[in-house]
Design a protein around this ligand. Sequence first.
Ligand code: SAH
Length: 395
Amino acid sequence: MQRILKVTPKFEKAYKAGYPLILKEAVHNMNNVTEEGMLVQLVDEKNQFIGKGYYGKQNKGYGWILTHDENEKIDQLFFKKKLQTALNKRNQFFSNKETNAFRVFNAEGDGIGGLTIDYFNGYYLINWYSEGIFTFYDYVIDSLKKLVDYKAIYQKKRFDVGGQYIEEDGFVEGERGQFPIIVKENGVNLAVYLNEGAMVGVFLDQRDVRKAIFDKYVQGKTVLNTFSYTGVFSVFAALGGATKTTSVDLANRSRAKTIEQFSVNEVDYENHDIIVEDVFQYFKYAVKKNRTFDVVILDPPSFARSKKYTFSAAKDYKNLLKEAISITTEHGVIVASTNCAAFGMKRFKVFIDQAFKESNEKYSIREEFSLPSDFATSKEYKEGNYLKVVFIQKE
Ligand code: SAH
């Protein structure tokens, strides 16, 4: 069954130009659709076909357009073709001997919003971002099984099922992994867990940034890695010749996880500092102790609340930068990163400029990064290109 959704005049142009996300405010009769996974057809005021897709409630919208061809069927073959095309685009990644962890399917960037698939050294991990996309489970799993060789397929349901659902280990097919599995990124080992919670231990979208840090910025330098999670930036910095790294994260688990990432690379973690503390607290401490760093990495979540502080990237990034500027050595480098989709590179650079002006410091931008090529994006959906990383040198 297919529901007809009539697009309001204000949004007609955007949808006709290929905007893929179905927004509640963009259609007249969203309330008619109640069933997750239901196929929907978007039409204009004159009932002319615009596109079709599925209903699936996500934090950002109500489903995704999948095709602008009225005659194209959304069936097994449709999913298989999209997957095949995406896999072909990653041929270079599959044949790269130094890296075996990358994204093989990036949601709307590969033609199906709400679905991502990552590859980890023979293991495939599917992320389902709505109950609606999950109704296409058989199409996706059957297609994947036909198209690739795998050790195992795992999945994560990134949607809330009325608080009822308790995620099991996410195992779908093949032979269960022994976690951590060790994957490689540009020759560096990374410990990955596909069976615990939403995060696996490494964010694949920062691959090129880690390589840049390793190649160009850390030889003989001291490095502060804030919001360090499992410390992967610190590992690349240590292997890239940093004299010492300091990792700071609030989460208790971060210490053991960081020790593990150092250890799978045979780096002695005792030569590095791993600190479980609120980053904002740590900045105060560093200022008081006159401690400075040659390289400061800032990679906060878009939004975070700790006991004492609330951080929102859109509101507070400028202040975070000012804190970093105050403990960066002269000619030192700040790696400013954000995955906040609420603003683009232009505004991010305004934050950077304001932070330096208000600190009475000069700076130059050494280089910048957005998503790597395996994180394919749709040019009609700019918000999907969320990553912004700027290497800033203090003058
Ligand atoms: N930079 C990491 C990813 C960061 S994920 C990487 O490349 O792998 C965000 C991390 O910020 C989480 O581990 C979370 O525990 C930490 N965090 C959130 N608020 C914090 C705070 N106020 N102080 C320190 N760490 C914080």
